[in-house]
Design a protein around this ligand. Structure first.
Ligand code: ZN
Length: 193
């Protein structure tokens, strides 16, 4: 029986590296993988996904209202899809997570979704909230804070300083993100000095 997997982490834990490795493993056995990435800026089409250690693969970029059941069905008519992998799954709409459940339960195709659990304010992303509620398997990919403790929070930096207010998704902003442990996220301490 196929399952819906949600593999979450803070930023920079190697999610993209792992998902590209999983895709490679399927393809090495002659199986077809559909790699999907939600768009945060309304663009759709194809996009190259790159991991920080140099792996790269083409993904189908989807909009917030793309019907994933129909999309996967269309690809499945051209060639059998053995696995669906989602990058940046936190940006899925709740309705799209429900469509992933149908792909798993009705079409018996496993779906592996990789994404962030919470935003820089500590709120769940809508896609992650739905994935936490509906996934068969939930796994954490771990990374560490500068202090050595597990990093579970994402901190938004503007000009190097942590901020705690603002939109959940910034388009084309000059912000950056680091992952911190909860204590250092709360204190806004982004490094040892
Ligand atoms: Zn820390």
């Amino acid at each position: 029986m196929a399952k819906l997997y949600f593999r979450y982490s803070a930023m920079n834990a190697g999610k993209t590296t792992q998902l590209l490795q999983v895709k490679y493993n399927y393809e090495e056995r002659g199986q077809n993988v559909l790699l999907i990435k939600p768009s945060t800026d309304e663009r759709d089409g194809n996009e190259s996904i790159k991991s920080r250690i140099g792996l790269e693969s083409q993904a189908v970029v989807i909009a917030y209202d793309t019907d994933l059941r129909a999309l996967v069905g269309d690809f499945n008519k051209i060639q059998s899809i053995h696995c669906v992998i989602i990058d940046e799954a936190q940006f899925l709409a709740r309705a799209q997570v429900m469509q992933l459940c149908r792909i798993v339960d009705d079409a018996n195709i496993p779906v592996i979704a990789y994404g962030l659990r919470s935003d820089f304010k500590g709120n769940l992303f809508p896609g992650s909230e739905a994935l936490l509620a509906f996934s068969d398997s939930i796994e954490e990919l771990k990374t560490i804070c500068w202090c050595g403790k597990k990093a579970i929070m994402n901190t938004r930096l503007l000009d190097g300083k942590p901020v705690y207010e603002g939109e959940q998704i910034l388009i084309g902003g000059n912000e950056s993100y680091i992952s911190l442990c909860r204590k250092h996220w709360y204190e806004g301490k982004v490094g040892p000095c």
